[in-house]
Structure formats: C-alpha cells, structure tokens
Design a protein around this ligand. Structure first.
Ligand code: FAD
Ligand code: UDP
Length: 366
C-alpha cells in the first residue's frame, strides 16, 4: 500500500514526491512516457544535453525556490539572450535599446520613447483588448509587424487579435542596453542537465514508466491512499464538459558534424513564411566545447488528442470549460490536482515547483 500514487513524473509530480518522501510517505510515481522529467527531460547526444521538449531556462525571483533547486544540483551562469531573425537580419531580444538601435538607429531612451509614442498614436489604440493591441500599445507598430505578429500567429495558429494580451506581457521591454530575456533575480541551467534534479527528487519513490493511469485506473488507485494527478484535467473527468484545447509542437532534432552552428542557444524566426518559430543549439546552454553540435527546429502545430499538449490556450471558451473542471476537481475526494495540464495554466518551471511545494506543505500530514 502506498500513501500516494503520483500520476506524471514531471516537475510537479517529482517535487511532490520529494516532499512526501521527506515526510516518510511511500510514493508510487507513474508516467505514460518512457522517461522521467516530463517536458524538462534531456537526452545526452555526443556529450550534449538535448532539451527534448524545447529550451528550458530556469529563472525565478523566489530565493526559496532557487535554493531548493540548487540543493539538488549546481546551476551555471547561463543568461538567456535570444536573437530574432527577421527576413535575414538579426535583432536582439527582448525588446531593448539594442533592438531599437538595430531597427531605427535611435541612441537614447528619449528618442525611442518619441518614436514609439508616435506609432502608438498613429495606430489609434487606447484601450488594448487583445494581444495585437496590447503589443502595439507597448512597443508600437514596427516591432509588432517585424518581431511579434508573424512569430505569434505561427506559434498559436490564431490571429493576434484573437489572443489574450497576457501572453505578450511575458516579455520585458527595456529602455537600457540589456539583452537578458528575463527580469528575475536568479537564472541558470542545471549543470549536467535537468534529469539530475528529477532523479534526486524521485529517490525513495517507486517509479514505473510506460504506465498510463487510464489503462489501469482501478488497480492503481486501489494500491494508494491518495492520488496526485498531473495529467490533463478534462481527460481525468472523461471530457464531460468538452475538450480543452492546446497548441502542440513538433521538434526536429539534428546532430551536425560541426562545432558551432549559430553561435547562440536560441534564435527566433519572426516572419510568418519560415515554418518554425526557433532554432535551438543545445551546447550553448552549458557553454559546451564538444566537436559536434545538436540543433532543434521547433514547429508549432495544431493539437489533436494523439499529440502532446504543450501550451494551454487560455481564451474565453477554454477558460470557462477549465473553470467547470476545476469545480469538479475541488470536490474529488483523495485526489490532488497540480501542474501545467491539471491546472490548465501557462506555468513556468519555478511556478510549478512553487505550486507543488505549497500544496505539499498544506496537504501532506507529518
Ligand atoms: P509535465 O512536464 O507535462 O509533466 C506531466 C507528466 O504527466 C508528463 O510526463 C506526462 O507524460 C504525464 N502524464 C500525463 N497524463 C498521464 C497519464 N494518464 N498517465 C501517466 N502519465 C501521464 N518553463 C521555464 O521555467 N522556462 C523555460 O524556458 C520553459 N520553456 C518551455 C518551453 C516549452 C516548449 C514548453 C512546452 C514549456 C516550457 N516551460 C518553461 C514550462 C515547463 O515545461 C513546465 O512549467 C513544466 O515542465 C511543467 O511540469 P508539469 O509537471 O506540470 O508537467
Ligand atoms: N513572442 C514574439 N516574438 C518573439 C518571442 C516571443 O512575438 O520573438 C511572443 C509570442 O506571442 C510568444 C510570447 O511572446 O508566444 C511569449 O514568449 P516566450 O518566449 O515567453 O514563449 P515560450 O518560451 O513560453 O514559448
């Protein structure tokens, strides 16, 4: 008999398992995939840790969460500074004084402010209601047209006018010459890859891979006092209120017989005509000096039930359905729901860990 059956060996499930183990609870962790780690899983290719499910850069403002992840493995000093390639020309990201100089030749924050204010005024946007209007009201029309519109519409498969504004608010806009993609105090990549963190978190738990909760639900539940569920919330309730939509991705990995392909870990392709959104070169996350390199092209794609659900689509229809599932979840006895899929939220890693730590603190009895 286990205290917890944990469905999903991603960051939420693994953090919860670690906290439960510390309190001497017995956990059975299952995952339908053949490996632990969920979307942070890395595969070693030629000595390079390949982020199999897209670039993962850890960042947080929360010292407790930073200390927690550093208690498993040391982090390096990687700072994310992606570049944008628009029609063959490179621009720095996030939008900062370097980007503005590359676009307009502006050299001072005052010159930039004037330029952006003129464009906002000409656009007529005063009360932004969607991603397009939000973006224009933050950075004006030039940046919107060149660096946001194409990328956003291929990433989400929707017109930018039909997307919520919070998505674009993830990106900083800076009136300094600073290419750091994140504002957070702490940032880095675990030295040796993310798997090391997950392996340590799961020490003391029984782990079974290639096991789908829904194929053997009654048997699995009968072995445990409580369930921690980190899969899709609509699937748990047999899609009773309808299907929640996601955006999926296809990753095309290539191992190249050369030392350095693009000189940076992440290059975004912001025009709509290029079918992928970004190319990753994994060795640069860990300042690798291997003789070969691995790159990944990330192609957004329409999601269906047979594909991996990567990004929740938080529009009004999906938010309304997910609210109904959350009500059911609150009344489901002996089940704790958590993580990107079960909470249907666009969570970063530090937020998933934070959510798992606070649920564990509240719910695991000593
Ligand atoms: P997951 O990692 O999805 O884990 C859930 C697990 O549950 C999966 O392994 C799944 O196989 C398993 N599962 C589901 N259903 C079942 C079932 N029925 N039976 C058995 N197992 C099941 N965050 C950052 O902080 N920085 C970044 O740079 C960053 N980049 C990202 C890039 C991409 C492309 C994506 C998609 C996400 C990115 N994130 C990033 C977010 C990060 O991946 C998530 O916050 C985190 O991995 C979520 O952990 P989780 O445990 O909630 O979910
Ligand atoms: N975005 C953009 N151009 C870029 C990078 C990002 O327009 O070059 C927009 C896009 O809408 C994207 C959002 O900003 O979905 C958030 O970007 P982030 O890099 O945080 O996305 P993630 O890494 O979560 O996919």
């Amino acid at each position: 008999m286990y205290d917890y059956l944990i469905v999903g060996a991603g960051l939420f499930g693994s953090t919860f398992a670690h906290q439960a183990t510390l309190k001497e609870k017995k956990c059975l962790v299952i995952d339908r995939r053949s490996h632990i780690g969920g979307n942070v899983y890395c595969e070693n290719v030629g000595g390079i840790n390949v982020h199999k499910y897209g670039a993962h850069i850890f960042h947080t403002n929360d010292k407790e969460i930073w200390d927690y992840v550093n208690s498993f493995v040391e982090f390096n000093r990687y700072t994310n500074s992606p570049l944008a390639n628009y029609k063959g020309k490179l621009y720095n990201l996030p939008f900062n004084m370097n980007t503005f100089y590359q676009l307009w030749g502006t050299k001072t924050p005052d010159e930039v402010r004037t330029k952006i204010d003129e464009q906002i005024k000409a656009s007529g946007v005063t009360d932004p209601q969607n991603l397009e209007e939000q973006a224009i009201s933050l950075v004006g029309t030039d940046i919107y047209e060149k660096l946001i519109k194409g990328y956003t519409e291929k990433q989400w498969g929707r017109n930018a006018k039909d997307l919520p504004s919070f998505i674009i608010k993830r990106l900083p806009i800076r009136y300094t010459f600073d290419n750091n993609y994140f504002n957070d105090k702490y940032q880095g990549i675990p030295m040796g890859g993310y798997n090391k963190i997950i392996e340590k978190m799961l020490e003391g738990s029984d782990v079974k891979l290639g096991v789908d909760f829904f194929k053997d639900r009654a048997e699995l539940v009968s072995k445990c006092k409580e369930v921690v569920y980190t899969g899709k919330i609509d699937e748990y309730f047999d899609f009773k209120y309808g299907l929640l939509e996601y955006r999926s991705l296809r990753f095309e990995h290539e191992h190249l017989d050369k030392k350095n392909y693009q000189g940076n870990a992440v290059v975004n392709y912001t025009e709509k005509e290029v079918p992928y959104t970004r190319i990753l070169e994994h060795k640069h996350f860990e300042f690798g000096t291997q003789p070969t390199t691995v790159i990944t092209r990330e192609y957004p794609q329409e999601w269906n039930k047979n594909l991996e659900p990567y990004y929740p689509i938080n529009d009004s229809r999906n938010d309304e359905i997910s609210r109904k599932y959350k009500e059911l979840a609150e009344n489901e006895p002996n089940v704790i729901f958590g993580g990107r899929l079960a909470e249907y939220r666009y969570y970063d890693m530090h937020q998933v860990i934070g959510s798992a730590l606070s649920k564990a603190k509240k719910l695991i009895k000593s």
